[in-house]
Design a protein around this ligand. Structure first.
Ligand code: HEM
Ligand SMILES: *[C@@H]1O[C@H](CO)[C@@H](O)[C@H](O)[C@H]1NC(C)=O
Length: 324
């Protein structure tokens, strides 16, 4: 009797522990029965938009990062509203919202109420990077959409002036390692930045009267001509100098050569842990090599699983910019 009770309570315990875990999980092919065309519809939509405007590829990649760091990957970034996340300063220049809405419209026609906006964004970010040269990876799906989006909740997004310590801390807070940090910041191999986030490094950095001393002096004039003093702060320049349209490892070489564009990117070279990962991506002799293309997919899968809502949590929005 005793042993029966023990076994019984063990079973109950296992059920109690295992059930929420099983629910809080995404899986590859979640829509294979409920909406078999879901992934191909997203992919075709992304292809079409990237073809007509290549800037949407980096736009979608950055968007999923900003979604996942705030309330988990629940498409909270897509919600409209006067105090919504998208109105917060770090999100003001995000682009690609129309791509997600386009895919959503088609998915609602094909399979009404089935495919979440959060999954569309995670799939679209993958498809967009593949369009510009990244290796593909399987995106687990089954996320549901959140109902809360507040600008005041965005303070855990990393800033371009964050030290490596702060960058590592913000990533660790959502379960991402220093390796994930370096790998994912490697996403800056594509896309652009507005001069307003760069110029302060070029002319009177920390009121020194000169430029940020970590910038390669032979590169400084180039950067200054790209972002002239008192010039247009909205002008955009490549984050990966000389190779901004291709997903490749040249970003890390630029950082090694003190040609990182963002202060936060360049600082990854000053910390021995993050520098070591960057060196491994560049294939330095004597270090265990890492392949950006392979690691990127793995870290993206981790990042796009942050705080996912599955099972009965959240909802499936009908329109990605509005909660139901
Ligand atoms: C410490 C972490 C990070 C910081 C401080 C940071 C900061 C920034 C800043 C300031 C910009 C320029 C925004 C603009 O001017 O429009 C930018 C662009 C971008 N970021 Fe990051 N970022 C970080 C991590 C990431 C991660 C993890 C990803 C994705 C995996 C990512 C992907 C991108 C992309 C693709 C762009 C180009 C966007 C475009 O061209 O529209 N970033 N980032
Ligand atoms: C840099 O900024 C400081 C403080 O605003 C100012 O006193 C100084 O004149 C500036 N230097 C140059 C070269 O503009």
């Amino acid at each position: 009797m005793d042993s029966f009770l023990n076994k019984f309570s063990l079973l109950v315990l296992i059920l109690l522990v295992a059930t929420p875990l099983a629910l809080a999980q995404t899986k590859v092919g979640f829509y294979s029965r409920s909406c078999p065309k879901a992934e191909s519809i997203v992919q075709a939509t992304v292809k079409k938009h990237v073809k007509s405007n290549s800037a949407v590829a980096p736009g979608l990649l950055r968007m999923v990062f900003h979604d996942c760091f705030v309330h988990g990957c629940d498409a909270s970034i897509l919600i409209d509203g006067s105090n919504a996340e998208k109105t917060a300063p770090p999100n003001l220049l995000l682009r690609g919202y129309d791509v997600i809405e386009d895919a959503k419209t088609q998915l609602e026609a094909a399979c009404p109420g089935v495919v979440s906006c959060a999954d569309i964004l995670a799939l679209a970010a993958r498809d967009a990077t593949v369009e510009v040269g990244a290796l593909t990876y399987k995106v687990p799906t089954g996320r549901r959409d959140g109902r809360v989006s507040l600008a005041s909740d965005t303070s855990n997004l990393p800033s371009f002036r964050d030290s490596v310590t702060v960058q590592k801390k913000k990533f660790a807070d959502v379960g991402l390692s220093a390796q994930d940090l370096v790998t994912l910041v490697g996403g800056h191999t594509i896309g652009t930045v507005a001069c307003q986030f760069v110029s302060y490094r070029l002319y009177n950095f920390t009121n020194s009267g000169g430029a940020d001393p970590t910038i390669d002096p032979s590169f400084l004039p180039t950067l200054q001509s790209l972002c002239p003093q008192n010039g247009d702060g909205n002008k955009r320049i490549a984050l990966d100098y000389g190779s901004g349209n291709n997903f490749d490892r040249s970003f890390f070489k630029n950082v090694r050569d003190n040609r990182g564009i963002l202060e936060s990117d360049q600082s990854l070279w000053q910390d021995s842990t993050t520098r070591n990962f960057a060196q491994r991506f560049m294939g330095i002799r004597g270090l265990a090599g890492l392949t950006l293309n392979l690691e990127f997919g793995k870290s993206m899968i981790k990042m796009t699983n942050i705080g996912v809502k599955t099972g009965t949590a959240g909802e499936i929005r009908k329109v990605c910019s509005k909660i139901n």
